[in-house]
Design a binder for this molecule. Sequence first.
Ligand code: AMP
Ligand code: MG
Length: 437
Amino acid sequence: MRTFHTTTGLADSNFMSREHIQTEPGCGDPFAAEALSIEAAARCIEAGMVPIRDREEVPLRDALGRILAEDVLSPINVPSHVNSAVDGYAMRSADLPSRGSANLTLIGTAWAGRPCGETVQPGQCIRIMTGAKMPDGTDTVVMQEHAERTEAGIRVGEGHRPGQNVRLAGEDLAAGHPAAGAGKKITPAALGLLASLGIPRVAVTRRLRVAFFATGDELRSIGEPLGDGEIYDSNRYTLYGMLAHLGVDQLDLGVVADTPEAIRGAFNQAADRADVIITTGGVSVGEADYVKEVITDLGEVTFGKIAIKPGRPLAFGRVGRSLFFGLPGNPVAVMVTFYQLVQPALRRMMGETRTSPARFEARCLSRLKKRPGRTEFQRGRLTVDADGRVAVSKTGAQGSGILSSMSAADCFIVLPPESGTVEPGDTVWVEPFEGIA
Ligand code: AMP
Ligand code: MG
């Protein structure tokens, strides 16, 4: 795990100022009875979040998964030369027969990386390999499967197109044109594209620093025996996994006891060292839920309850110079609220411009119990039926503490507030957890 242990403060420019916290309807009262819609919560977060501006230059391979800090223009044409797209014979298009066939004399061979020095005259051709530079005088390639070998060369039939099977210089990327824009996440394809330009280093935004801790007197760490009424802490593990996927630097502050003093101590340790502080548990209305009170005292809480299931108690605000997300304690609620609200904010803070997840329709094969009122994120598995249509089934019991429903899932089934119970055969929205890249 990448962690940060520096005690140096963060640059002022990276933090929101008061002017940035705009007023959204429903924002501003963490103890309001009314729950905020997920859309309004996302707008509050957007208004309170400031992208980091620090950047660093890294060797190309290290840029995988990072966010480009500036536009990259292609310094060269890719490909740099006109070349053959197939193995075959390069010739002049004027020599292609319009009817019948034509005999051409073979005068040489062009290999990828080893051009042929000959200039092709009328009636001549050159054996050429994929990627080889087109010899002078040629503009067309006939695939080897479409040419008949003769003693002196080849015989070519009709039906060929002038200029066929030739890749033009700069057809992938022309010199001076944008290859990748600021805010783009470097995928394996982008890494290859930048390599094809011969670029050795790129500017990316610095890694976000995220501190987190779990609250709960009932929580034990792996390796400790479980006492009566105790459970193992799993939220710090799902958080570790989700943050690791985002490539942020992590500061894990462990499990913190359910006392205002302990929670205050943990916040003080994290504030000013982290861009973002995430907590789990202790944000509901129970007797031992102190997180919101402590934050209200130390900083500011913008909202405290949202109309989603699972994950209704969710606090957002700031403490010192750090953005604060107080996630619920229930393990599925932690993951749902992280993916739906925290992850997009962290990605935007790192400068990423494309952060909305793919969402599409699927036929639901299960009955999904739901009451209108909240946006629900049930957990599902995608399948493709015999007709090629996408279907989804729920992954067992959907309680907010049932982490196996999440572990078995490969997508969220997103049910809007107005939706009631879903019957088998109904169409629902799904959000896949992972794409191909
Ligand atoms: P809370 O929001 O603190 O009332 O917690 C809600 C539920 O989530 C309770 O059943 C807790 O025991 C459980 N919970 C809280 N934190 C964790 C954690 N770190 N790992 C697993 N379960 C947790
Ligand atoms: Mg608790």
